[in-house]
Write a protein that binds this ligand. Structure first.
Ligand SMILES: [Mg+2]
Length: 236
């Protein structure tokens, strides 16, 4: 019995390319303007960035100056963090706010695989809960489902989990999610394109399915998880 479906985003509901070739460049191209326009509101993020900067400077990873009073200097450091694909909380917060303004103005719409929206409707009719677990911030996740090319799908989603719940390759994260969903772990199906995430979920006794989508990395090692290329093939 599957009472809840827990979904990864990148490579599962959404093409990896949308994140890397649309979302990230969109935020990067607007960083200078955004930081300059919202400088006064970004104090908490700038304080966090300064700590991160000092570590990078000491480790000789980033050699430029960091001036907490100069928007341009902050924007340069943020662009560096994007280039090295750093999972930085202040960076994620700022990117999320730039995407929000893009989605709200209609400049951005997220791409979902065509079988995602029909599956949400079907699962709602079947009384199953849908939740998301992604390394993107909860704000970024909500925006992806609210402003999608299939319309606003946010009414179908009960919960959003990001890495503040725990790492995606740690079984404990999935135990915590099961508790939050008030559902037995064995009655939750987790779908992801990353076998190590599925392994962690299985260790926490969730059911698992590997997502095979166009644009995903090749899964080189044989996995012990069922695999589907569409939510239409899940049998639920
Ligand atoms: Mg993924």
């Amino acid at each position: 019995m599957i009472k809840a479906i827990l979904l990864d985003i990148e490579g599962t509901t959404t093409p990896i390319d949308f994140v890397h070739k649309t979302l990230f460049p969109f935020a990067k191209a607007r960083l200078d303007e955004f930081v300059a326009a919202h400088f006064g509101e970004l104090r908490p993020e700038i304080e966090q960035l300064e700590i991160e900067y000092h570590r990078d400077f000491q480790n000789q990873i980033y050699g430029r100056a960091f001036n907490a009073d100069a928007p341009e200097s902050i924007a340069n450091y943020l662009k560096f963090l994007i280039d090295v694909d750093r999972k930085s909380t202040p960076l994620k917060n700022i990117q999320g706010r730039i995407w929000q303004s893009g989605y709200e103005s209609g400049t951005l719409a997220s791409h979902l695989f065509p079988d995602v929206a029909p599956a949400f409707v079907r699962w709602a009719e079947q009384g199953r809960t849908v939740a998301i677990f992604s390394s993107g911030s909860v704000l970024a996740q909500k925006l992806i489902f609210k402003y999608s090319d299939a319309g606003d799908l946010s009414p179908f989603i009960a919960n959003y989990f990001d890495t503040t719940t725990g790492a995606k390759k740690e079984p404990e994260s999935y135990r915590r999610i099961a508790r939050d969903l008030r559902t037995n772990a064995s009655e939750i199906l987790f779908i992801s394109d990353v076998p190590a995430e599925l392994d962690a979920a299985r260790e926490a006794e969730l059911q698992t399915v590997l997502s095979i989508r166009e644009g995903n990395g090749i899964v080189r090692h044989p996995t012990h998880h069922d695999a589907v290329a569409s939510f239409g093939d899940l049998g639920i």
